[in-house]
Design a protein around this ligand. Structure first.
Ligand code: CAA
Length: 245
């Protein structure tokens, strides 16, 4: 079958970066999808190349279907296929509903949920033609637990779980598995933006009393991508130190 080729969105930093580096170590060719920060994306590429892996950066906004199509086509043109998609790109705009603007509601759902759908839509024909595929959607603990100030994010990430299960059913006989990974509070720039008092409160409630590491999420993603994981589909893997069970 040759080497697998993955697109990881939001791969310039945080969980997407950790996933890219981890799966490249397993011999997967990585398309580093990113929106703004070319330097950070190039740093991820350099690290992968230094480790002996193969990777290229691809710029585009997951909010825009034509950007996404362009990225997927460029990846396929360079490497001949796409058979792994990691929908990781995501944003927050935390506000209680009473204060949240319509734009903040729309934008978070546009990026997190529509963006995941757009990437799936743009890559599915290639995966079907290839006869093997893996789709991992990054959801969140917040999809299951809810959180003050995160109605838009929670709705988007719960939507990602519904999308995952429906698509898993549609593709169950096509040799393409679809799973979601739901991280808890992980040491990333996204979590660093949470007000310190709010984060202290969260930390005190985590049974393991610490935030998670991006690498701890990346290892679960890597496990799900393995060819031996092909009987696992439609599942949601929570990685949260016991904060939500
Ligand atoms: N617990 C209890 N009550 C809270 C609260 C909290 N954590 N935060 C706010 N409230 C209450 C306030 O007391 C206030 O009530 P009163 O009016 O009765 O006093 C009301 O909610 C409104 O408070 P604010 O005016 O401060 O609300 P705001 O609209 O400005 O929002 C906030 C504040 C955005 C919620 C802010 O507290 C915050 O950022 N909290 C952290 C949110 C969070 O955990 N985000 C996680 C980001 S990381 C991530 O998303 C990754 C992942 O997947 C886990």
């Amino acid at each position: 079958m040759g080497k697998h080729v993955a697109l990881v969105t939001g791969a310039a930093r945080g969980i997407g970066k950790a996933i890219s580096i981890e799966i490249a170590k397993r011999g997967i060719i990585v398309g580093i999808g990113y929106n703004r920060d070319t330097n950070k994306a190039l740093e991820v590429k350099d690290e992968i190349l230094r480790n002996g892996g193969e990777a290229e950066i691809f710029q585009g906004s997951v909010e825009n279907f034509y950007d996404v199509k362009h990225v997927v086509e460029a990846l396929v043109e360079k490497y001949g296929k796409i058979d792994i998609l990691i929908n990781n790109a995501g944003i927050t705009h935390d506000k209680t509903v009473i204060k949240m603007s319509l734009e903040e509601w729309i934008r978070v759902i546009q990026v997190n949920l529509f963006g995941s759908f757009y990437c799936i839509k743009a890559s599915l024909d290639y995966m079907m033609a290839n006869g093997w595929g893996r789709i991992i959607n990054i959801s969140s603990i917040i999809a299951a637990s809810g959180n003050i100030g995160q109605s838009n994010y929670a709705a988007s990430k719960a939507g990602v779980i519904g999308l995952t299960k429906s698509l898993a059913l549609e593709l169950a006989q096509k040799n393409i598995t679809v799973n979601a990974v739901a991280p808890g509070f992980i040491e990333t720039e996204m979590v660093a933006k949470v007000p310190p008092e709010a984060l202290d409160k969260v930390r005190s409630k985590i049974p393991m009393k610490r935030l998670g590491k991006a690498e701890e999420v990346a290892r679960v993603v890597s496990f799900l991508l393995d060819e031996n994981s092909d009987y696992i589909t439609g599942q949601v893997y929570h990685i949260n130190g016991g904060l939500y069970m």
